[in-house]
Design a binder for this molecule. Structure first.
Ligand code: PLP
Length: 412
């Protein structure tokens, strides 16, 4: 008899956004107009920039010519892209990486979910709360998260991020082996200062713990005092793995390309404590077995984001979204809501009125205005009492959404 991996049965049936989509579909059946506007899911809407399109056309043409045709590429990614990543994303910040410390992938979701495979199943994990759901769910799938009860996983240490602590997670009082940090943060849109991040790196170094640092939104940081990479913090090369993505930076959610940095110094111990093993070596072994590389066309597209024109065009799109963020932030504040984030990240974290739960607010807003938000509770227990709004979207639609929200809130 074949047996299932029963850890999967502990997970909620649906991923958060599938759940929202189902509720929105049900709403649309009974409310065909006005049209639904989504300020919910974090997907980009602006087209790819011309430099990227041109590079993709060229890459397609390469595939028509026997001398330029590309079949399987290197599992870690083509040299041209890894070089561009190191030269543009790290060297200017004084961070030196070797080519074999960069692993190109098909987006950050895969690697943030898969990275836990290379460490023992019984390591303990800690996550900021609220949190991008992939970190916990991927750990739950192999039993590391324990059981789910009353909105919490029994074996996960939560670091609450809320108004009281200004969305700054506090260090755990007990040992945690693996820590997930995401900054700029999804969903709260808040950032961590260098000093605050340094406390986490020091904790990891002092406790022989690992940090999985997701900086998928680093390109949205406007204030240069905030770190864009964890390797800007001394010692991080010994304890941190960093995930990046072209998805939000350059509109690649449909193209699929990102990368993971695993410095050679990051290591973990064998159970008997006799040997330290480099995680770079394990991750390479894992990737060469289970991953055949991102497509040549995606990698040429990603490379183009680093050309002078590409950089400028990507920057313009980010400005566009960040103008949306400023617009939404000011409009919602004007309506009397408390809004956080949105200054160095494309997400806003809005407090729901007293006594109104986040799913309840989602439902009320949807039925009153046909505007979709993401209920904070979907991101973890500390998300209750908040909703997430996204700056990704077209300006006119955001303006219409705000108009509808103004009308609605006037009548509340
Ligand atoms: N990490 C965070 C924090 C995200 O919010 C997302 C996507 O929304 C991802 C990773 C996944 O991005 P990708 O499209 O690169 O898989």
């Amino acid at each position: 008899m074949a047996l299932v991996n029963e850890h999967f049965l502990k997970l909620a049936d649906n991923y958060l956004f599938a759940d929202i989509a189902k509720k929105v579909r049900a709403f649309k059946v009974t409310h065909p107009s006005p049209s639904v506007i989504s300020l919910g899911i974090g997907d980009v809407t602006r087209p790819l920039c011309p430099a990227v399109i041109e590079a993709m056309h060229k890459a397609v043409d390469d595939q028509t010519d026997i001398s330029r045709f590309h079949g399987y590429g290197p599992e870690q990614g083509y040299d041209f892209l890894r070089e561009a990543i190191i030269r543009n994303d790290y060297l200017p910040r004084g961070i030196h990486l070797d080519m074999d410390e960069v692993f190109v992938n098909d987006g950050a979701k895969s690697d943030t979910g898969n990275i836990q495979e290379i460490v023992r199943w019984d390591n303990s994990i800690g996550v900021t709360d609220p949190i991008y759901p992939v970190y916990i769910d991927s750990n739950a799938m192999i039993g590391r998260a324990g059981t789910f009860q009353d909105g919490r996983w029994s074996s996960v240490t939560y670091f609450p991020c809320n108004e009281e602590n200004n969305f700054t997670p506090q260090l755990p009082e007990h040992r945690v082996d693996m820590i997930y940090l995401c900054y700029p943060n999804n969903p709260t849109g808040t950032v961590l200062s260098k000093n605050e991040l340094r406390r986490w790196v020091d904790y990891a170094l002092n406790n022989d713990a690992l940090i999985f640092f997701d900086s998928a939104y680093e390109a949205f940081i406007k204030d240069p005092s905030f770190p864009r990479s964890i390797y800007q913090i001394k010692g991080a090369r010994k304890c941190a793995i960093e995930f990046r993505s072209f998805s939000k930076t350059a509109g690649f959610t449909g193209i699929r390309c990102g990368y993971t940095v695993v410095p050679k110094e990051v290591s973990a111990s064998t159970l008997d404590g006799k040997e330290r093993v480099s995680l770079n070596q394990l991750w390479r072994r894992r990737q060469t077995t289970k991953f055949n590389g991102a497509s040549y066309i995606s990698q040429r597209a990603a490379e183009a984001t680093y050309s002078p024109e590409g950089k400028e065009q990507v920057r313009e799109t980010i400005h566009y979204y960040m103008d949306n963020a400023a617009f939404l932030r000011s409009a919602m504040t004007d309506m009397g809501f408390k809004v956080y984030g949105g200054e160095n990240a494309p997400y806003l974290w809005m407090k729901t009125p007293a006594g109104v739960g986040s799913w309840q607010f989602f439902q009320q807003m949807l039925y009153a205005t046909a505007v979709v938000c993401t209920p904070g509770a979907g991101f973890g227990p500390s998300g209750e009492g908040y909703i997430r709004l996204t700056a990704f979207g077209e300006r006119e639609l955001q303006q219409t959404a705000v108009e509808r929200l103004r009308q609605w809130t006037k009548g509340l």
